[in-house]
Write a protein that binds this ligand. Sequence first.
Ligand code: TRP
Length: 334
Amino acid sequence: MEKGKKQIVMSGIRPTGFLHLGNYFGALRNYVRMQDEYECYFMVADLHSLTTHPDTKELKGHVHRVLAENIASGLDPEKAALFCQSHVRETSELYLYLNMLAYKGELEKTPTFKDKVRLQPDNVNAGLLTYPVLMAADILLHRAALVPVGKDQEQHLEIARTYATRFNHRYGDVFPGPQAFNFGQALVKVPSLDGEGKMSKSENQNATLYLADSDDVIRKKVKKAKSDSGPTEPNSVKPDYIENLFLLMSLVCEKDVIEKFESDYNNCTIQYGKLKEQLGEDMVKFIAPIREKAESIRTNEKYLNEVMEKGAEKARKSANATMEQVRKHMGLVY
Ligand code: TRP
């Protein structure tokens, strides 16, 4: 790496749903920290969403929402390049070249492909098969070294690394091998309120807190969170779903509040009604300002267009520099 040059970070988020607390603590909060130390490219993956959502009626609204929620959560368009995938046409060119290095058998074995085939047997399109090729193009286009992604994307990242190596081997060194990357310790997995799994974009919506939820909805969802009648023995081990409530508290409540409930738990005087009331209020305090900010950004189309254009310009500049190298190394310069 050249001295003084920042390492390049790239990631994408599909515009297929509302952002929730899991996205915030699992991903977004890390992006916000990265933008000060790295050269960051954060993209709304609208093209990827076409593989599963061919109907584009709602796409614009979703793209605007995701951008607004990202900015409201602390991403700064002056620091990171915030852009939309389809605004960087060079992606499609690199995608095409990488397709020649991608083998059908390999792609068919990808677990996410198999899942999608099961989920949408009537629309097993080639875009679905080559989803990881497009993702590799997104990453390699900026010669990114670091890719902050969740566990579910690690296989895709490995495929991107394979194509980088294959390209370099066949045509000469252009691409660094991108690595999964997360700031600090392990990612926070935000448990869902029903004690089953994590918060999710599409499943168990009543047990997931969205950044767009109203104060009342937040209070209601937290109130319904799974609990029981409390421990009968001092210093008992907490069941999972109670452990989850404490974990959620650790994200948004003051330390002394948590300590009080811990000690109530340990001496068997805990009242889960009170705990959930407190958690609900602290969740409202945490989410409401983000929701309000996101809402004012989301409805300001002029501002959003400026952000997307500025981000795309930065992304295109980096993409162009890479594509010049790619064409030259491939011998496509006549
Ligand atoms: N496939 C990713 C997801 O579903 C989104 C994505 C698209 C992405 N392109 C990317 C992530 C490039 C990291 C880098 O979450």
